[in-house]
Design a protein around this ligand. Structure first.
Ligand code: PMP
Length: 407
């Protein structure tokens, strides 16, 4: 960092007026040393901090940026809608256009509702499932993240036991544990909510097995309960029709957000016909939920992802990164694990319980211009090209060298 760091100055000012300096997961205090908190600008797969350092970005705003920062087609659509109106007394025509696009793109979807955040969408799915079934119990995989309100927050501060009275936990990919949870819920089971793969913070990722996904589908059908897919993080990166399409398992309700509008604030709930009436009865709304600009951005984003086959492109670049990291780790004689889908990769080091190696690797790679994350899944975007991946691998090479220099 330069002698006079604007980032440090902003953090010092923020500490006085913002509890903890910043709320939530984007607080840079949770990252290895040297990571910036404040950013000046972003373009494509490049991110520039307020002190003028530039990075190849492998977090993509923690998911939303799927085509690349500041994508010209998306921003043109947003500007065009902004010139007409955004926050009005009701939606603009683009709402219907977007709803038709989503229902056409996502095979399980017969209807959709829009909202702002992933938490809005997961919470609405649960409410709709309970309204439709008249039941209370919700099965949740231990450690899965579904949002930041009392029923699902990873913090228990300010949460009462009653907020979670009807939650029952099971272990992801574990049929026996799921069966035990189903038995406990009995005839009061409203829904099971799952992420498309296990992407819990601070542990290796785990893909869903096809047999687990099928078992879940059958169990929900047998119980007359809703299978809710929380596709907030993975949606539109793995498959445009929903992340479990390749497994051939379709949910009853799904929650989307993050990548849907390439960084513009929007979330969607999609559902099957059987849940339409309940989705009509529940009261979901918000002051900004009919904002037209993010909807126009979403239409442009989804069309562009479809036109260029975004998921395949991100997979190819993710595989290039993963192969390169494997090659480098081997050359340095370091044991690493790479998990999750290539579009949302995570690399962790063997024998690294205190994250010293992962943190050291990332801190050094950052100094060489690549913004990685040591313990949260990363994200590729369609703006990452071969030259960007190769450039990032040079930064990773420096990171591996730093790990070798430890002890
Ligand atoms: N579900 C999953 C799987 C998520 O990854 C997230 C966000 N990280 C959420 C729900 C909540 O989304 P939001 O932060 O937009 O409320």
């Amino acid at each position: 960092l330069p002698n006079h760091s604007l980032d440090a100055e902003l953090r010092a000012r923020a500490r006085l007026v913002i509890p903890g300096g910043l709320w939530g997961h984007l607080n840079a205090a949770r990252l290895p040393e040297g990571y910036p908190q404040y950013f000046a600008s972003a373009e494509g797969c490049r991110l520039r901090d307020v002190d003028g350092r530039e990075f190849i970005d492998f977090m993509c705003s923690w998911g939303p940026v799927v085509l690349g920062h500041h994508h010209p087609v998306v921003e043109a659509a947003a500007r065009e809608q902004a010139a007409l109106g955004d926050c009005m007394n009701g939606p603009a025509p683009v709402l219907v256009e977007l709803a038709e696009l989503l229902v056409g793109l996502i095979p399980h979807a017969d209807w959709c509702l829009l909202a702002k955040n992933g938490t809005d969408a997961t919470t609405a799915c649960v409410t709709i499932a309970r309204a439709a079934t008249g039941r209370r119990k919700l099965l949740v995989a231990r450690g899965s993240y579904h949002g930041a309100v009392p029923w699902c927050s990873p913090s228990v501060a300010g949460v009462t036991a009653e907020d979670r009275a009807h939650l029952i936990s099971f272990d992801y990919n574990d049929a026996a544990s799921l069966d035990a949870a189903l038995a406990e819920a009995g005839s009061d089971l409203a829904a099971v909510i799952v992420t498309p793969f296990r992407h819990d913070f601070g542990r290796d990722q785990e893909l869903a097995t096809a047999s687990f996904a099928r078992h879940l589908r059958e169990a929900c059908d047998a119980a007359g309960a809703a299978l809710i897919l929380d596709d907030v993080r993975a949606g539109f990166r793995l498959h445009l029709g929903g992340s479990w399409e390749p497994l051939g398992v379709r949910p009853d309700l799904a929650a989307y957000s993050k990548a849907i509008a390439n960084g513009h604030p929007l979330a969607a709930i999609t559902g099957a016909e059987r849940f339409r009436e309940a989705a009509t009865e529940v009261y979901t709304t918000g002051s900004f939920w009919c904002g037209a600009v993010p909807m126009a951005a979403a239409v442009a984003t989804l069309r562009e992802l479809r036109r260029i086959d975004g998921p395949a492109r991100m997979r190819a670049m993710g595989e290039r990164l993963r192969d390169g990291l494997d090659h480098l780790a081997r050359r340095h004689g370091l044991a690493v694990r790479q998990t999750g889908p290539a579009q949302m990769p995570l690399m962790t080091f063997a024998d690294d319980a205190d994250w010293r190696k992962g943190d050291g690797f990332c801190a050094e790679a950052l100094r060489h211009g690549a913004y990685f994350h040591p313990r949260h899944n990363m994200f590729l975007s369609c703006a990452h090209g071969e030259a960007d991946i190769d450039r990032a691998l040079e930064a990773a090479d420096a990171g591996f060298r730093a790990v070798r220099r430890m002890d």
